[in-house]
Design a binder for this molecule. Sequence first.
Ligand code: ATP
Ligand code: MG
Length: 410
Amino acid sequence: MRQSQLFPKTRKEAPKDAESINHKLLVRGGFIDQLMSGSWTLLPLGFRVVSKINQIIREEMNAIGAQEMLMPLLHPKEIWSETGRWDKANEIMYKLKDVRKKEYVLSFTHEEIVMDLLRKNTKSYQDLPVAVYHFSTKFRNEPRARSGILRGREFMMKDLYSAHVSEEDMLSYYEKVKEAYAKIFIRLGFNFKVVEASGGVFTDRHTHEFQVLDANGEDTIFACDTCNYAINKEIFEGKVGETCPKCKKGKIEKLNGLVEVGNIFPLGTWYAERMRVYFTDEEGKKKPIWFASYGIGPTRVMGTLVEVNNDEKGIIWPTAVSPFDIHLIELPGAKNADKIYKELKESGTDVLWDDRDVPAGEKFAEADLIGIPVRLVISEKTGEKIEWKERTSEKSELLSFEELLARLGK
Ligand code: ATP
Ligand code: MG
């Protein structure tokens, strides 16, 4: 991509109302644009990052046998009345009426819709288990839609749903998803904890939240300093310093959670009983389907990555989700810029080529703001060689084109 054609240009100033780091840096860098409170456009750079996050999620979902599909966002009132959530979840729902006075809600989650699919398509135990997911927009009337893209009123979610013949089968798949989520967050480079939380209104079982840790985080998590036990403050009943109830060795310490990036729910038979979703077991008996749901917010993930990977100059993307692999910066007197660009692209490298006629200092400042982890500079000074500089290092090296390809593993 030629930077001269990239839409839009970066901005020197953050919007006046921006409070959070992700809001300031993502808007200045040209990754997102705010339409109104809680409502964001993913601009080309932001869309690239979210697409890379989605691809990591997709790979880990497919690896545990989940199937991708796509469900509608406009839902009829009737289906939400079957579980009583039309009334119970009233506060977060965006409801609307059409000209014939028929009532709808814009999707804030999809349990009822998946249950309806299961009801139509699952007859016997042989049709189970089922695990399906999609990436789609969720609408929630969040009371305080601040924190930049961390909390949208319209945001992206990957939601997975699984259906099973027994509690045992549900819980064993639940553990698989928990591991898959942990793999995703490791690939994204997060320092996180899997935290036990209450199930809220819709399940008696504990759920699990994936909380990103950060010294500046405002949430409190209690965790063992030795094993992976962690619990949120709403349900923790012990004291800091006492022995861990799980491993009986470590001590409980207090950690700061910055934000929840994923949440998984072992829901049980609550939905099946209300929506009459039954299967016949091996003995011909009718039984309710066991159900669980699992969510990750890719747009929140992008914002969180910026919150934890930045410095005074701008964003520092982890390689796995950087909008481009390389930022090629052409300065006056550079030789072969278009040839280097073309050959890098042919080697399968995603390159942002700063081909603009602007001062070097401005180019470097913008490159720091956008945050691509590797910068290549070509100028009169570098001659036939290419200068390699990483976003997080002050050092730079001169490489030949062959050395560069080898460094990139091409
Ligand atoms: P929170 O408690 O942070 O408001 P939640 O518990 O209501 O979130 P879930 O229903 O568990 O959210 O949604 C699953 C995932 O979707 C969350 O872990 C988060 O990554 C993402 N998510 C939820 N609400 C939002 C939002 N308003 N904006 C962006 N992402 C969100
Ligand atoms: Mg949650």
